[in-house]
Write a protein that binds this ligand. Structure first.
Ligand SMILES: *Cc1c(COP(=O)(O)O)cnc(C)c1O
Length: 402
C-alpha cells in the first residue's frame, strides 16, 4: 500500500462506520433552530413548533431578562478573559457567582468550570487515589464515568438505584482508605430521583462521602428549588455537588462543583479542566448570578414547572399512553420499539411538536420512547395543543386504540 492509499483508507473507514450508523437507524441528525430557544421555536424550514425536548426547565434560555443580564455583564466586564482563572481570569462576578451558588445549595464553597462535563471530569483525580474507592451507580452520566476513568481509585459499580447492592459494594470496599458514593441526583432518561435519604444513611454507616450530580435538579427540585438534597431533606449531609448552568439555571453553559472549603481549594490547585481551560465568559457568570437572585426571592418558576408537569403527566396517561411513573418534568412516553419511536417523533414534528425519540443504545433494547420535558414557560394552551397532537399521532400509528 502506498502512503497516499494508507491515508485514504482512514477516511474510507470513517465513511463506512457512518454508513453503518445510518443503516442501523442510530445516526443522530440535528434539527436546526432559527429562533431563540423557548417554549416555541422556529426551525430553519420555517416550521413553528412547541418545544418539548429542551432542558429549559425554568424557561430562562430565551428569556428577555436573561438576555439583558448577559448584556449588562458584558458591558461591565467585557466579552472574555483570554485567560485561565489562576493567571488573570478571575473577576468579581466569578467570585460573586461562586458565593451565590454555595449559598443556594447550602454548601461552603464553589468552583466554576466551563461545563458540568468538566466539573465531573476534574473532580475525582485530585481528591482520590489508588488507596481509595469510588462506588458509582451503574447508570451515572457519561461525564462521571469518564471522570472516574481518569482517577486511580478502585471502582465499584452498584446496580442502578439498588440500595441492597450499594450496601454490598460498600462492604466490598471496606478495606479502602476513603470511600465516596457517586450518583446522579436525577437520572435524565427515566426521571428517576436517587434515594438520597437511604444513600446518606448507608454512607454514614460505612464512613463514606456522598457526591451527587445535580444537572437535572438544580433550580427546581425541592420546596425552594435547591435540588435533590432539598427534595429528600438531606441538605447538609451531601459532601460534593456537581451541576450545570446550562439547563434550568439559565441554559447557556458552564458548570460547578460545590463542597467544603478544603475540597474546593484542592480542586483550584489540582483540577485539570479548571487549571488548563479558559474562564467562564462574564456574560454567563453575570446572567447566572441574576438567575440565582431571582430563584432565591421567589419559587414562582419552580411552582409553575411542577404544575405543568402534574397536568401533563395526568393528561397524557388519560389519553392512554404509557409513561414511566414519577414526579419529575422528564416524562418518558414509552413506545418500546425503536422504529415506532422514530415515526412517532416525525409525525409529531409535522403536527408542530418537537420531541426526540430515544432508543438502544441510549436506553435498553425494547425500551424505546419519546422523552418529553416540561418547562415553566409552557402555557396551558401550548400543552393542550401538544396533547391533541399526541392523541392524533397515537391513533394514526395504532398506539392508541380509539
Ligand atoms: C447535562 C449533564 C451533564 C453535562 O452538563 P454540561 O454542563 O452540559 O457539560 C453532566 N451530568 C449530567 C447528569 C447531565 O445531565
Amino acid at each position: 500500500m502506498t502512503a497516499t492509499n494508507a491515508k485514504a483508507a482512514f477516511f474510507a473507514d470513517l465513511e463506512e462506520n457512518l454508513s453503518t450508523l445510518r443503516r442501523d437507524g442510530l445516526f443522530k441528525p440535528e434539527r436546526v433552530i432559527a429562533s431563540r430557544q423557548g417554549a416555541e421555536v422556529v426551525c430553519d424550514d420555517g416550521r413553528k413548533l412547541v418545544n418539548m425536548c429542551a432542558n429549559n426547565y425554568l424557561g430562562l434560555s430565551g428569556d428577555e431578562a436573561m438576555v439583558q443580564a448577559s448584556i449588562a455583564a458584558t458591558e461591565q466586564y467585557g466579552y472574555g478573559l483570554s485567560s485561565v482563572r489562576f493567571i488573570c481570569g478571575t473577576q468579581t462576578v466569578h467570585k460573586q457567582l461562586e458565593r451565590a451558588i454555595s449559598d443556594f445549595l447550602g454548601m461552603e464553597d464553589t468552583i466554576l468550570y466551563a461545563a458540568a462535563f468538566d466539573a465531573n471530569g476534574g473532580v475525582f483525580e485530585p481528591l482520590f487515589d489508588a488507596e481509595d474507592a469510588i462506588i458509582s451507580d451503574a447508570l451515572n452520566h457519561a461525564s462521571i464515568i469518564d471522570g472516574i476513568r481518569l482517577c486511580k481509585a478502585a471502582r465499584f459499580r452498584y446496580q442502578h438505584n439498588d440500595m441492597a447492592d450499594l450496601e454490598a459494594q460498600l462492604q466490598a470496599a471496606a478495606g479502602k482508605r476513603h470511600k465516596v458514593i457517586v450518583t446522579d441526583g436525577v437520572f435524565s432518561m427515566d426521571g428517576t430521583i436517587a434515594q438520597l435519604d437511604k444513600i446518606c444513611d448507608l454512607a454514614e454507616r460505612y464512613g463514606a462521602l456522598v457526591m451527587i450530580d445535580e444537572c437535572h435538579a438544580s433550580g427546581f427540585m425541592g420546596a425552594t428549588g435547591r435540588g435533590t438534597h432539598e427534595h429528600h431533606k438531606v441538605m447538609g449531609r451531601i459532601d460534593i455537588i456537581t451541576g450545570t448552568l446550562g439547563k434550568a439555571l439559565g441554559g447557556a453553559m458552564g458548570g460547578f462543583t460545590a463542597a467544603r472549603r478544603e475540597v474546593i481549594e484542592t480542586l483550584r490547585q489540582k483540577s485539570r479542566p479548571y487549571l488548563f481551560s479558559n474562564t467562564l465568559a462574564p456574560s454567563i457568570a453575570g446572567a447566572s448570578l441574576a438567575v440565582l437572585q431571582r430563584l432565591s426571592s421567589s419559587t414562582e418558576l419552580r411552582d409553575r414547572l411542577h404544575a405543568n408537569t402534574a397536568y401533563f403527566r395526568k393528561a397524557i396517561t388519560e389519553l392512554g399512553f404509557t409513561i414511566k411513573p414519577g414526579t419529575h418534568p422528564v416524562v418518558p412516553v414509552m413506545l418500546f420499539e425503536a422504529p415506532l419511536a422514530q415515526q412517532f417523533a416525525q409525525r409529531l414534528y409535522e403536527l408542530g411538536v418537537l420531541v426526540s425519540g430515544f432508543f438502544y443504545p441510549v436506553v435498553p433494547m425494547g425500551q424505546a420512547r419519546v422523552r418529553v420535558q416540561l418547562s415553566a414557560a409552557h402555557t396551558t394552551e401550548q400543552l393542550e395543543r401538544v396533547l391533541a397532537a399526541f392523541g392524533q399521532a397515537g391513533r394514526e400509528l395504532g398506539i392508541l386504540k380509539n
